[in-house]
Design a protein around this ligand. Sequence first.
Ligand code: CU
Length: 146
Amino acid sequence: MVGGGIRPDGPGDVSWASSPAPPNSDLSDTAEENSVTLTIKSRVFIPETISLPMGQKTHLTIINHDSELHAFVPVGLLTHTHINLSGNGAPQFGKEGLLRVLLPTRGQTDIVFIPTRPGNYPFFCDLPGHVMRGNIVVQEKKGMVE
Ligand SMILES: [Cu+2]
């Protein structure tokens, strides 16, 4: 592990902002957003693999098209990460952050966050008998190295 990375709860880099910014301005609406949709249909996450650029504001929309409950359980991706969460899903938080979101029938949850650590982050549905999983890959931006 490499230390000294950007802390999501730190003051943040708001050099793109031209006006005084409130706390958590890194998730403000002025930032360019990377919109990603994760669909649940017939007990399958679609797509199974999602690639996200590190450091870019990401708007992840999770939609449950099934007529049963599902859960979105991200492993590691959102720990110690500031998020904005909306929609009719039922989130569960632990001391390290978002643990799980329960998505009702035809439910939708929107999670806005900034991936700050590169790596491979599995996610799954932990409801009994559901064999549903996928991967979120956070990639360092190429061509941004100084
Ligand atoms: Cu499920």
